[in-house]
Design a protein around this ligand. Structure first.
Ligand code: 5GP
Length: 191
């Protein structure tokens, strides 16, 4: 998606050969106009697969996921990183190791919001090693849902996430695919 690639080139910062900082439009400050276009692009890509829910992981997936859900006319569900006091029973959980923080957490979904009648689209901001996406897939499957695909804003194609998801039998649609990061360098995959 050209708009996202242009934004990454103008405002993204390669902090190292493996970490891209996009705090000015995705992770800290959010660009709502860009998010609306991101939502339209995902909705157009997935328009024929009868999605009933959009799932995302808190917190940076929420903005693009809610615009996508709005465009598809379906609810958006936030997979929680911390179990709230209210979400005590009736929950599904799976353990995830965070790429950026090096810590692990229990990703949590209430059984109230996804079931075997659902076809879900999973949206996340980044795809690195695929830990978060694979966790979201596990939770959706535990709830009995079908998975239409995994929608990613920024895929770091030099890491193994895409291959893991494809090997597990799911489709990945990434709006920007970063081939290489380095000092003053951000290169995209060109098909
Ligand atoms: P994975 O689970 O695929 O290894 O990593 C994806 C998660 O880690 C995303 O949800 C995102 O929050 C975070 N992440 C991974 N790589 C980056 C990166 O280069 N920059 C930022 N801002 N977040 C990242």
């Amino acid at each position: 998606m050209k708009l996202l690639e242009d934004k990454i080139l103008s405002e993204g910062l390669a902090l190292s050969e493996s970490v891209l900082k996009v705090d000015s439009f995705v992770n800290h400050q959010v660009d709502p106009f860009l998010m609306r276009e991101i939502g339209r692009d995902f909705a157009s890509h997935y328009k024929d697969v009868h999605i009933t829910k959009v799932l995302t992981i808190e917190s940076s997936g929420i903005a693009p996921a809610v615009f996508t859900a709005y465009e598809l006319g379906v609810p958006m569900i936030i997979l929680k990183k911390q179990t709230s006091k209210i979400l005590k029973d009736h929950i599904l959980q799976t353990n995830i190791t965070s790429f950026t923080k090096g810590t692990s957490y229990e990703l949590t979904l209430s059984k109230d919001y996804v079931d075997d009648k659902d076809t879900v689209l999973i949206i996340d901001d980044f795809l690195a090693n695929g830990e978060a996406a694979m966790g979201a897939i596990r939770l959706a499957l535990m709830a009995g849902a079908k998975i239409a695909g995994i929608g990613i804003l920024i895929e770091k194609s030099f890491q193994k996430g895409r291959q893991r998801i494809l090997d597990a039998g799911y489709e990945v649609y990434s709006q920007a695919r970063v081939a290489k990061l380095g000092k003053d360098l951000i290169e995209f995959v060109r098909e």
